[in-house]
Design a protein around this ligand. Structure first.
Ligand code: CP
Ligand code: NVA
Length: 314
């Protein structure tokens, strides 16, 4: 093991600077190109990643586990149901123990405070694999996917239609750091909370944001249209009320037609066709959802490498 006394964490998208993102995106492209050539890239031989899941996952688990294996290391899956974490062991104690045995920890949980408390007591880098408040790894992959298809995202406009959830707030952080605009359209009661408890939307983020009541208006001329489920994990009790409230906020083919003709469509998945997105959009020619999912793998490999080794040139 290689205890790191000032670990670099990735708990929110705002944890890296624009320059660091430029580096991580360049590494992502390099790591992806090597992967496509079946060329080994193993800078993390003998390193171990612990993945703690308190919520369901397909992509996050697959991409971190496969990614760490491909980097030469190993990954251990732990869920809170059958570990002592589910029996009340303090998160601070768990952080001490985990970080003496592994080199890197990824956590998917409920409150952002949980990943923050874990990180505060960890000797090794901690990555947010989704909380109620943020999903930075997904936006890392999404921005990379946009750049891959369309070049720089600076100055472009991203439309978010639907729930102001963990994805949207991470998009806002990315917009402030990377210099693009966000158009938001959602129903009353589910809009952007500028004063969100503990995680208010910064002045720099607000400067990039325009809110609309009509999804069609929000999408006029934009370069990327994106959405997500109406009910995120942890909010299932609100499902019936949300289904009703979000009627009219589907990304339909009619909505997509108002965007720039070269606009892309993204969805972090899993998706509900016929609810937040029409099948003709997610399965249509502007959709890049499979690239987006695949890029979780490559972007997170670059992120893990960066958090453990810093900027390298090999
Ligand atoms: N997009 C995403 O994080 O997918 P999973 O919930 O399957 O990990
Ligand atoms: N907003 C969704 C994203 C799932 C990947 C959720 O938190 O459930």
């Amino acid at each position: 093991m290689s205890p790191c006394h000032s670990p670099r964490h990735y708990l929110q998208f705002s944890d890296l600077s624009a320059d660091e993102y430029a580096y991580v995106f360049a590494r992502t492209a390099l790591i992806k190109a090597k992967f496509k050539r079946y060329e080994m890239h193993q800078p993390l031989v003998d390193r171990t990643l612990a993945m703690i899941f308190e919520k369901h996952s397909t992509r996050t688990r697959l991409s971190f586990e496969a990614g760490m294996h491909q980097l030469g290391g190993a990954a251990i899956y732990i869920n809170t149901r059958d570990s002592q974490l589910g029996r009340g062991e303090p998160i601070e104690d768990a952080a001490q123990v985990f970080s003496r045995m592994v080199d890197l920890v990824m956590i998917r949980t409920y409150g952002q405070d949980i990943v923050e408390r874990f990180a505060a007591h960890s000797r090794v880098p901690v990555i947010n694999g989704l909380t109620n408040e943020f999903h930075p790894c997904q936006i890392l992959a999404d921005v990379f996917t946009f750049i891959e298809h369309r070049g720089s995202i600076q100055g472009k406009t991203v439309a978010w239609v639907g729930d102001a959830n963990n994805m949207l707030y991470s998009w806002l952080q990315a917009a402030a750091i990377l210099g693009f605009n966000v158009h938001f359209a959602g129903p009353d009661g589910y809009g952007v909370d500028l004063n969100r408890a503990g995680y208010p939307v910064s002045a720099a983020e607000q400067a990039q944001l325009r809110c609309f009541t009509d999804p069609v208006e929000a999408c006029v001329g934009v370069h990327l249209v994106t959405t997500d489920v109406w009910t995120s994990m942890g909010y299932e009790a609100e499902n019936a009320a949300r289904l009703k409230a979000f009627q009219g906020f589907m990304v339909s083919e009619a909505v997509m037609r108002r965007a720039d003709p070269r606009a892309l469509f993204m969805h972090c998945l899993p998706a509900h066709r016929g609810e937040e997105v029409e099948a003709g959009v997610i399965d249509g020619p502007q959709s890049v959802v499979w690239d987006e999912a695949e890029n979780r793998l490559h972007a997170q490999k670059a992120l893990m490498e960066f958090l453990l080794l810093g900027q390298i040139d090999s």
